[in-house]
Design a protein around this ligand. Structure first.
Ligand code: ADP
Length: 164
């Protein structure tokens, strides 16, 4: 039996915290779909298609990883792809309530789907996409928080914005 898992999120941008969760999830799953949420209310830095492109580049050495955008219900994404495992990362207690609510709802919608929570490594437990965006916006150094490819794309985006 093949274990297909999905790691859903906004990934705006993809951080070292996300990368760690992906690499650890690959020890559990045979294939991992990274589902980039299209309908997010957070102020976006990259478009969903740009995020897919960036994540593919970061994870190109893992042929068992598939990166796609998705909108609508995660359970429908999972049904059509025979996915029974959802991977989510937990940083601190502050993540718990939100993750718990989503878990309960997904379980109600599709009881066969199991959610697995991986705890953030200590070095990554303070990394969040929102903070990375904020710091980068004001010119702070985020080189320790995101993969080099992401840093490069963020710098290009900034230059592009400044040039307008
Ligand atoms: P969402 O908007 O769905 O929360 P994110 O891109 O912020 O999307 O996060 C996707 C998943 O990755 C979530 O489960 C989140 O808790 C987890 N995550 C985010 N940052 C980290 C980190 N630094 N370490 C471990 N897990 C993380």
């Amino acid at each position: 039996d093949v274990r297909n898992a999905v790691y859903p999120g906004s990934f705006d941008p993809f951080t070292n915290g996300h990368l760690d969760i992906v690499e650890r999830a690959l020890k559990i799953a045979d294939s991992l779909h990274i589902a980039v949420l299209k309908n997010t209310s957070k102020k976006a830095l990259f478009t969903p298609d740009e995020r897919v492109e960036i994540i593919r580049e970061v994870l190109h050495k893992y042929p068992q990883v598939k990166v796609e955008t998705f909108e609508g219900l995660l359970v429908d994404f999972c049904r059509t792809r025979q996915i029974r495992i959802v991977i989510r990362g937990l940083r601190a207690v502050s993540d718990f309530d939100y993750e718990h609510a989503i878990f309960l709802m997904n379980r109600k919608l599709l009881p066969d789907l199991e959610t697995m929570f991986l705890m953030a490594a200590s070095d990554n437990s303070f990394i969040s996409s929102t903070i990375v965006k904020e710091v980068a916006h004001f010119g702070g150094n985020i080189a320790d928080q995101v993969p080099a490819i992401v840093l490069d794309r963020m710098q290009k985006k900034r230059a592009h914005i400044n040039a307008e």
